[in-house]
Design a protein around this ligand. Structure first.
Ligand code: F0G
Length: 460
């Protein structure tokens, strides 16, 4: 007998209480936080879907590993265990630990880029883009056309447009491109996967022009699970073997272990290039730490080594992707326009389509977030004009983002199905009152990255 209910494949042995609040309390709390979820205290949130980064629960094995951590400054046993695991799964010759993904990005791009360079990616995450721009290079997104339209269904909406990559190389010249990057899954484009076929096609173009291929590996296991589920020929392949194949096409990777490393802090930078690895290690020593700890404690390295193996477990991945899809399916049933199909780590609501009466200058995504918090104490994040737009200091006019999205990211192994059922019920209630949701205006801001600290109030 095959049963259809996919359960959380773990038991809970340590709990953290959730403080229940009333709508009246939340009204006071949200006003005090300037209608900005980043300025709320986490304990005033009932279900926190702000990010899936560093918010996961570690396993008993990982906590046991923490106790085994070797805190030697140089050559710690924990480093060798960590490096052996990364080599086993990812296959790269050199592995530098870093405290999180953006540290790997900073070291990589400040080593390989010179001003005027161009770095193509399926879709750059904001810290990746920022680190490229910080060294005077430009970051170019080349998603397939389907990747730009929320309502269009495609099994591998995270794919790179290979024709556009060729056109870019022809236009700017190969010597302006230090490397090509693929983000798996593409967070900024909806947590959508990249197919193995696309990885091979991008690899072929890189090969033709002698360009290194790097993978932003944050959510590699989720991406490989989608390959197993959706790409012909991989139905019977273990996710670990899919991952090995995927990385065998690449020359290096950046990784925030706060996602598919199943830890609260950590990451790495990996490469097959001996000379580059030496240069990168010099920068690592300058700002992160000695190359066998790179800004992490030995115990963190142990937890990553264990997390990277646990994340490849099929029961875990089946539960993970099914539970994200469960939220997506119910939001679609209620009537929410979401980025389709549901991604791996998050559901993205198209707030512009949901709230056509709120113009981008009044932040429909942020307005929806306020209503979600007031109604049920749910926190999520805006990926729209508050995050990417800016106010003209002279005219006060708002520039707008390409899309007005609200991302509901699911922390790993933290919430059960009844938490998600509660979220669905709250969202159904919000949906009924969507016409009454009012836009917001900024009363104080501090660009760049204004969304973290801006204060807003409802428009009259
Ligand atoms: N690359 C991708 C695709 C990411 O999603 C993130 C982080 C990073 C790089 C940077 O990693 O935070 O460890 O420095 N994403 C988090 C999020 C912040 O909420 O999506 P980091």
């Amino acid at each position: 007998m095959e049963f259809h209910t996919i359960i959380e494949p773990f038991r809970i042995k340590m709990v953290e209480p959730i403080r229940m609040t009333t709508r009246a309390e939340r009204e006071t709390l949200l006003a005090a936080a300037g209608h900005n979820g980043f300025l709320l205290r986490a304990e005033d949130v009932i279900v926190d879907l702000l990010t899936d980064s560093g918010t996961g629960a570690m396993s008993a094995e990982q906590w046991a590993g923490m106790m085994r951590g070797d805190e030697s400054y140089a050559g710690a046993r924990s480093y060798y265990r960590f490096a052996a695991t990364v080599r086993d799964i990812f296959g790269f010759a050199h592995v530098l630990p870093v405290h999180q993904g953006r540290a790997a990005e900073r070291i990589l791009f400040s080593t390989v880029c010179t001003p005027g360079d161009v770095v193509p990616n399926n879709t750059h995450f904001d810290t990746t883009r920022a680190n490229i721009e910080h060294v005077g290079a430009s970051a170019v997104d080349l998603p397939i056309p389907e990747g730009r339209v929320p309502s269009v269904e495609h099994p591998f909406k995270g794919n790179m447009d290979v024709g556009a990559l060729r056109a870019l190389i022809a236009r700017v010249g190969r010597e302006k491109i230090p490397l090509v990057m693929l983000t798996v899954t593409n967070n900024s484009g909806g947590g959508q996967p990249v197919s193995m076929e696309n990885v091979r096609a991008v690899r072929a173009v890189c090969h033709e022009f002698s360009l290194p291929l790097y993978i932003d590996a944050c959510r590699f296991a989720e991406n490989c699970w989608f390959i197993r589920e959706r790409e012909p020929g991989y139905e019977r392949t273990a996710v670990k073997d899919i991952a090995r194949e995927l990385f065998s096409h690449a020359d290096g990777a950046t990784m925030s272990a706060k996602k598919d490393g199943l830890v609260n802090i950590g990451g790495f930078l990996a490469t097959n290039d001996d000379a580059l690895a030496k240069q990168e290690a010099r920068l690592l020593i300058l700002t992160e730490g000695f190359p066998t700890y790179g800004g992490l404690a030995g115990r963190d390295l142990e937890a990553i080594a264990i997390g990277l193996r646990e994340v490849l477990d099929h029961d875990y991945l089946r539960y993970r992707i099914t539970s994200t899809g469960y939220l997506g399916k119910h939001l679609i049933e209620i009537g929410y326009p979401i980025v389709r199909p549901p991604g791996g780590h998050a559901i993205y609501i198209d707030a512009a389509a949901l709230l056509p009466h709120i113009p981008p200058s009044q932040f429909p995504g942020q307005a929806l977030l306020a209503e979600m918090y007031l109604t049920g104490g749910i926190r999520a994040v805006e990926i729209g004009s508050l995050m990417f737009g800016s106010t003209d200091p002279r005219t006060g006019a708002e520039s707008q983002a390409a899309m007005e999205l609200v991302r509901m990211a699911i922390p790993r192994r933290v919430y059960t199905q009844s938490h998600i059922d509660y979220v669905i019920e709250v969202m159904a209630d919000v949906f009924l009152r969507r016409d009454k949701i009012r836009g917001l205006r900024i009363v104080w801001q501090s660009p760049p990255l204004r969304h973290f600290t801006a204060r807003l109030e409802p428009v009259a």
